[in-house]
Design a binder for this molecule. Structure first.
Ligand code: SF4
Length: 453
């Protein structure tokens, strides 16, 4: 499929601009912005441009974050700009749009996949352990998924698991084969060593997101004795090699105060993290620890705290259950992403373990057109209130309807959970959260997070 002249010119202009900033970012970024303002039509991304201009003028936390990116290894940074901004986000978006139009189905921006269900740790409440420890996607299967994805314009691949780094040789191999893609891995960080850092410097397109659940005691009580220290060592190693990395934090009723504290934010920043993905605890599986679900009061406080730090800390954060307004609701079912587990089941979301398609039996496009994916496509967004985005957590009747209507089967082979069970157990959470969600959504939605309370 060919790309338009406009897209090619846009790519050329952006790559020239990024090259220009390389020389002396502190001096050249403001000049570059002035040039963009002069040349770009007034109606081209005025809000984003104003925000960037403001960040530069005020030397805000976002500007500090920009400069931190210029402290990274130059080769890694240039590859990241090329693969993430140009390939994953701009260059191939037209191809993706065409496939969506031609097939009337979702086509994701990113694919999450589990290279393995094996893990070297056994964390409390981790759904990955429920798949058993012997499933793997072969190298050729992962390669085929990526090749099919690239045909549809997808250049972002995110590994989860299991512990993806158990397969680190294959992961590096895939980075080399698909040097035009970005690879991110959710990892416990314990397998990051000097040799792997050298591999990351060589391939330049691999970014880890290390799991951290709070300070030492809280982290080790969930993940195991000594894991916190290993994570700190991994971060120090990555930082010393000027390699980019982020943090992945799951907030629960137990750790929420710690992981939304200033001390925790500073810990992540001081240790070199550029971004943090916050996840709300999801009660997946028959053995889910329901007591770990945050109360409405806790979730409201989490919402405000993360947004407040976004105004002051040089750290890019995403709060997956509270930031749906920025992405138009639930991003699963291939709308922005999908998940392929280590057995090959193509699931709408990493937390939704139901499917009617397996990548060993169908193409990626056929999976995107499978009944459960089409039910997502036809029903998104699941709620107009963007603080109630999920068909499981906040609208549990929706996941039940979709699974029953499509005949999707549970993909937890150790201890399958019926959709009735899943839906029933989420009901009281959904009902309790609704009044708070309505209050925040109706009262605060226009403040853009500028308030801290
Ligand atoms: S299904 Fe729920 S958890 Fe998954 S992306 Fe949608 S809103 Fe988020």
């Amino acid at each position: 499929m060919s790309r338009s002249m406009k897209e090619i010119m846009q790519e050329f202009a952006i790559s020239q601009a990024l090259n220009f900033a390389e020389g002396n970012p502190e001096e050249n970024i403001p000049k570059l912005m002035a040039l963009v303002d002069k040349l770009a039509p007034a109606d081209w991304q005025p809000e984003a441009r104003a925000a960037i201009r403001g960040a530069i003028e005020e030397k805000s936390n976002w500007y500090q974050l920009m400069l931190k990116i210029y402290e990274l290894d130059p080769g890694v940074r240039k590859t990241f700009f090329q693969n993430f901004i140009l390939n994953a986000s701009l260059k191939w978006s037209g191809i993706r749009a065409n496939v969506i139009k031609e097939n009337n189905c979702n086509v994701p921006w990113a694919i999450l996949l589990d290279p393995t269900s094996a893990c070297n740790l056994r964390c409390t409440g981790c759904w990955a352990a429920e798949y058993g420890h012997q499933l793997n996607l072969s190298l050729s299967t992962i390669d085929s998924i990526i090749c099919q994805g690239k045909e549809m314009g997808i250049h972002m691949y995110i590994y989860t698991g299991g512990e993806p780094m158990v397969r680190k040789k294959d992961l590096i191999n895939l980075c080399e084969i698909h040097s035009d893609c970005v690879f991110l891995a959710f990892t416990n960080g314990t397998l990051i060593d000097e040799a792997f850092c050298q591999d990351m410097l060589r391939v330049k397109n691999f970014v880890p997101a290390i799991s951290l659940e709070g300070f030492e005691n809280a982290n080790d009580s969930r993940r195991g004795e000594g894991i916190y220290k290993k994570v700190m060592d991994a971060m120090a190693l990555l930082k010393s090699h000027k390699l980019p990395f982020g943090i992945s934090t799951c907030y629960t009723s137990r750790n929420w105060e710690d992981v939304t504290s200033e001390e925790y934010f500073d810990l992540m920043i001081d240790n070199g993290a550029l971004f943090t993905w916050f996840f709300h605890y999801m009660p997946v599986g028959n053995g889910a620890a329901m007591e770990l679900l945050p109360t409405p009061e806790q979730r409201e406080e989490i919402y405000h705290r993360i947004r407040a730090f976004r105004q002051t800390k040089p750290l890019f954060t995403m709060d997956f259950q509270n930031d749906a307004e920025y992405v138009g609701g639930c991003i699963a079912g291939g709308r922005n992403y999908l998940h392929i587990n280590a057995k090959g089941d193509v699931e709408p979301c990493v937390f939704i373990h139901y499917s009617n398609a397996n990548i060993h039996d169908c193409t990626l496009l056929e999976a995107l057109k499978s009944p459960l994916f089409m039910a997502y496509h036809d029903n998104q967004p699941f709620n107009d209130n963007m603080l109630r985005p999920c068909p499981m957590l906040e609208n549990p009747e929706r996941i039940r309807q979709m699974v029953e209507m499509t005949g999707a089967v549970n993909t937890d082979y150790q201890d399958p959970e019926s959709v009735e069970h899943l839906s029933e157990k989420c009901k009281s959470y959904a009902e309790n959260w609704k009044p708070t969600a309505e209050k925040i959504w109706n009262g605060c939605k226009n403040c853009g997070g500028a308030c801290s309370k």
